[in-house]
Design a binder for this molecule. Structure first.
Ligand code: 5MM
Length: 339
C-alpha cells in the first residue's frame, strides 16, 4: 500500500456522510476538571474505566466513525486485557490520537498562544501507528480579543499546524487540523466571522506552503457564534455566518469539516450542525468532532459509579445519534424531549 492510498483508505472510513468523531482526548488537567464537576477523582483507574465505558458503548459505531484518544488511553486495555483502541476498531470506530503537547504564551504576541510538540513528532507517530492510531489531531488555540489574534499569532499558529499536518501525511497518518477560535468574551457574531475567516485563510496558506494534500486531511474549526458573554444566536444565523466564512476560506478539496463544540451546550451544538446541513450545497461534508457536547450527559449519568455505566453509554449514544441526524438535516428539537 502506498502512503497516499493508506491515507485515502482512512479518509474513506472516517468520512461516510453519516458519522462524526468523538473527541475523548482531554489532557490530564482537563479530564481532572471534567471529573471534578461530577465529584470524581481523576486517577489512572477512573480514566480507564470511564473511557473504556465510552468506547464500548453498544451501537456507538453507527454514529461515530472515529475517536480521538489521549496518549494514555491508546496504551490502556479493558478489564479483559483487550486494548481500548482494538475495542473501538471492532465496532468500526477508527482510533486517532491527539499529538500536540499543550500550549503556552507566544512570545512577542501578547495574549496569543502557541502549541508545543513538533520535536520528534515523526517518531512518535510511528509508535502510535503500531498501537492502532490511523489519524491524529493537533489544536492551536486563538483567544479572541480587541487586539487578538495578532498578525504574528496568526502566522505562527498556522505554521505549526501546517508543519504538523505535513509530518502526519509523510507517516501515513491523516491529520485533523484544529484551529480553535475561543468563544470566551463579549464579541459580536460579525467579529467572530471576521476572525475565523482570517484564521482559516492563514491556515490554508500555510498548508499550501508546506505541501499538505488537502484531500487527505480534515478540518476541525469552531462555529461562528457570538462571544459566550453575549446572548446566543439562533441556529439559522450561526449556520449562515459559519457557512459564508467557510466558503470564503476553505478550499473545496477538503473532504470534511468536523466542528468542535467549544463550550456550546449539547443541544445547541446539535441544532447548529443541523441548521448548517439544512442550508445545503456545501462542498464538504459537515460533521461533528465534539468533546463536551457529546460527553456531558454521559459524564453526568456516570458520576464514577460502576452501576451507572449503562446509563452513561445510553446518554452518549443518544447524543451521537442526534448529531448523526443533524448531519442529515433531520434533527428537530422535539427529539430532545421524545426519548
Ligand atoms: C476533548 O478536549 C480536547 C483536549 O483538550 P485539552 O488538550 O485542553 O485537554 C480538545 O482538543 C477537543 O478535542 C476540542 O477542543 C473539541 O472539544 P469540544 O469540547 O470543544 O467539542
Amino acid at each position: 500500500m502506498t502512503l497516499q492510498s493508506e491515507l485515502q483508505a482512512t479518509i474513506a472510513e472516517l468520512v461516510d456522510g453519516q458519522r462524526g468523531i468523538l473527541a475523548a482526548d482531554e489532557s490530564g488537567g482537563t479530564i481532572a476538571k471534567r471529573f471534578a464537576s461530577v465529584g470524581v477523582e481523576s486517577t489512572e483507574q477512573s480514566r480507564r474505566s470511564y473511557r473504556s465505558a465510552l468506547l464500548t458503548s453498544e451501537e456507538l459505531g453507527e454514529y461515530v466513525s472515529g475517536v480521538i484518544l489521549f496518549e494514555e488511553t491508546l496504551g490502556q486495555c479493558d478489564d479483559q486485557g483487550i486494548p481500548l483502541a482494538q475495542r473501538a476498531a471492532a465496532q468500526k470506530i477508527l482510533p486517532g490520537i491527539k499529538v500536540d503537547r499543550g500550549k503556552g504564551p507566544l512570545p512577542g504576541a501578547l495574549g496569543d498562544t502557541i502549541t508545543f510538540g513538533l520535536d520528534g513528532l515523526g517518531e512518535r507517530l510511528r509508535g502510535y501507528k503500531k498501537l492502532g492510531a490511523r489519524f491524529a489531531k493537533w489544536r492551536e488555540v486563538y483567544p479572541l480579543g480587541p487586539e487578538n489574534p495578532t498578525e504574528l499569532g496568526l502566522h505562527a499558529n498556522a505554521e505549526v499546524l501546517a508543519r504538523y499536518a505535513a509530518v502526519c501525511q509523510r507517516e501515513g497518518v491523516v491529520p485533523i487540523v484544529e484551529p480553535e477560535v475561543l468563544m470566551d468574551g463579549n464579541h459580536s457574531i460579525e467579529r467572530s466571522a471576521a476572525v475565523n475567516e482570517r484564521v482559516w485563510h492563514s491556515v490554508f496558506h500555510a498548508l499550501h506552503r508546506h505541501g499538505v494534500i488537502l484531500e487527505l486531511m480534515l478540518l476541525k474549526p469552531s462555529m461562528v457564534t457570538p462571544g459566550s458573554e453575549c446572548a446566543r444566536a439562533e441556529p439559522q444565523q450561526v449556520a449562515e455566518y459559519t457557512l459564508r466564512s467557510l466558503r470564503r476560506a476553505v478550499p473545496a478539496a477538503v473532504p470534511s469539516i468536523h466542528f468542535l463544540s467549544g463550550g456550546q451546550s449539547p443541544e445547541e451544538a446539535t441544532a447548529n450542525l443541523n441548521a448548517l446541513n439544512r442550508l445545503g450545497n456545501a462542498p464538504w461534508q459537515l460533521s461533528f468532532s465534539y468533546g463536551r457536547a457529546l460527553q456531558q450527559p454521559a459524564l453526568a449519568a456516570w458520576r464514577g459509579r460502576e452501576e451507572h455505566i449503562c446509563a452513561a453509554q445510553g446518554a452518549l449514544v443518544r447524543r451521537a445519534r442526534l448529531n448523526h441526524l443533524a448531519m442529515l438535516g433531520q434533527y428537530r428539537d422535539s427529539l430532545e424531549r421524545a426519548e
